[in-house]
Design a protein around this ligand. Structure first.
Ligand SMILES: Nc1ncnc2c1ncn2[C@@H]1O[C@H](COP(=O)(O)OP(=O)(O)O)[C@@H](O)[C@H]1O
Ligand SMILES: [Mg+2]
Length: 418
């Protein structure tokens, strides 16, 4: 069963679970984490797609617009959050091809079919887990992402972090060091999920309390006790969030110092006001300070609509260890190499801590690496035993992976083996 197998043959999800398979030549001292079955329904360009693979790397090739990134996006919904495109839920619903309208299909809700869904079997060190997720309309006319784990509804999507650990690198992330700090915080937070699945729930609780406080302040005349309760929640969650980010940035920094052959050393730090407080005093004192600063900042926050201080203002600082230059000043290629080095260092730590390296979604990654770096990346992925999903327009970039990876070809949203 070395070859990948497409799964049209069976409709029974349980028939289709294949044991992760490690070909000779890869090191797999720890367990593995791998998507082994994936079913997409009305997901972007896919009406329905079924893929069954083993635990090895997967290479998806096909022309521009074939559906490669969409496939990775579907996998990214097996972790908490908005997926690798940060799409609104309704955007993901498949649009019928617009017959005559010149309107871009993804932007035209009138063309939407039915709510999207992704079902998957994920092999984990604790055994296979069945996961289902998708968009669901709510009674109030809104929408939400539903998650089922082993057939049972999960209380929230953050429960996914207990089972699935995944990270991604996509072409838009080439701008990560040039954009606002939000994208860098999200990048770091996703790495933190791997160390502490509760982090996702904390970030979402903090955001919710901050939004609620903002709304009360904007409306004016709010109940002081209610505001204080929200600020208490923000202080507790906020300091816990920052503590986790600081801890993970420090651990990753140390792991990066170990170096990955062929990649530059990345120097990392979580930075910000609350980070500074935590550098000098215990968490409880930092919580007090955050609570006080929020209470004192109400008037200002009522005008600005945000919050004067907190983890939503933090940043993730990355420097090139070889030159000491800030990542934003490095060349595009160097920035990419730094990001890959961080993900590989993270994966190495996760393999030790969680018993399996994260699933890695590497969109168009090979195109930007020279041959030597590409081989270094492939070698490291193989050594980690993690399942990497890699895309590219040209299969030739992945020739070195023949035998060690499964090759799938996508054309017009149809997946086939090569
Ligand atoms: N909601 C949608 N419904 C239908 N098609 C979509 C939707 N969103 C994006 N698409 C289309 O999916 C196609 C494949 O996109 P993508 O996966 O990004 O291609 P690539 O293989 O180049 O990575 C594109 O042509 C895009 O217009
Ligand atoms: Mg793409």
């Amino acid at each position: 069963m070395g070859a990948p197998r497409l799964a049209e043959a069976t409709n029974d999800p349980h028939m289709n679970v294949m044991a992760p398979h490690q070909p000779s030549g890869t090191v797999d001292a720890v367990g593995s984490l791998a998507v082994t079955r994936l079913v997409l329904t009305d997901f972007r360009c896919y009406r329905q797609a079924r893929v069954a693979v083993d635990g090895r790397a997967v290479v998806l090739t096909g022309p521009n617009g074939a559906g490669k990134t969409n496939m990775l996006e579907a996998i990214s919904f097996l972790a908490p959050g908005r997926g690798l495109r940060r799409a609104r839920l309704g955007e993901v619903d498949r649009r019928e091809a617009p017959a005559m309208t010149g309107v871009p299909i993804a932007a035209n809700p009138a063309l939407a079919t039915s709510p999207w869904a992704v079902a998957a079997t994920v092999a984990t060190p604790r055994g296979p887990v069945q996961i289902g997720t998708g968009r669901e309309a709510t009674a109030s006319g809104g929408e939400r992402r539903v998650v089922r784990i082993e057939g049972l509804p999960a209380r929230s999507q953050t429960a996914l972090a207990e089972h699935v650990n995944l990270v991604w690198l996509t072409p838009p992330m080439d701008r990560l060091f040039h954009e606002g700090s939000g994208a860098r915080r999200r990048f770091l937070d996703r790495l933190v999920y791997g160390f502490d699945p509760e982090h996702a729930a904390r970030v979402s609780a903090y955001d919710q309390a901050m939004r609620e406080r903002g709304r009360l302040l904007r409306e004016g005349g709010a109940d002081q006790a209610w505001l204080a309760a929200l600020e208490e929640s923000m202080a507790q969650h906020g300091v816990a969030i920052v503590a986790a980010r600081r801890d993970v940035a420090a651990r990753l920094d140390e792991s990066c110092a170990g170096g990955v052959a062929g990649f530059p050393r990345a120097m990392l730090a979580a930075t910000g006001t609350v980070e500074d407080w935590l550098g000098e005093q215990p968490a409880l004192a930092a919580e007090d300070m955050l609570r006080q600063r929020l209470a004192a900042g109400r008037r200002q926050d009522a005008e600005s609509g945000g919050a004067i201080v907190g983890p939503h203002r933090s940043d993730f600082a990355v420097h090139h260890g070889g030159t000491g230059v800030a990542a934003a000043q490095c060349s595009t290629g160097e920035q990419k190499a730094l990001l890959i080095a961080i993900l590989l260092a993270h994966a190495r730590l996760q393999a030790v801590l969680r018993g399996a390296a994260p699933i890695m979604l590497l969109d168009e990654v090979a195109a930007h690496l020279d041959g030597e770096r590409r081989r270094a990346l492939f070698a490291e992925l193989a050594a980690l035993g993690s399942q990497a999903w890699m895309t590219g327009t040209e299969e030739v970039l992945f020739e070195d992976l023949r035998g060690a990876a499964q090759f799938l070809r996508i054309a017009d949203a149809v997946v086939s083996e090569t």
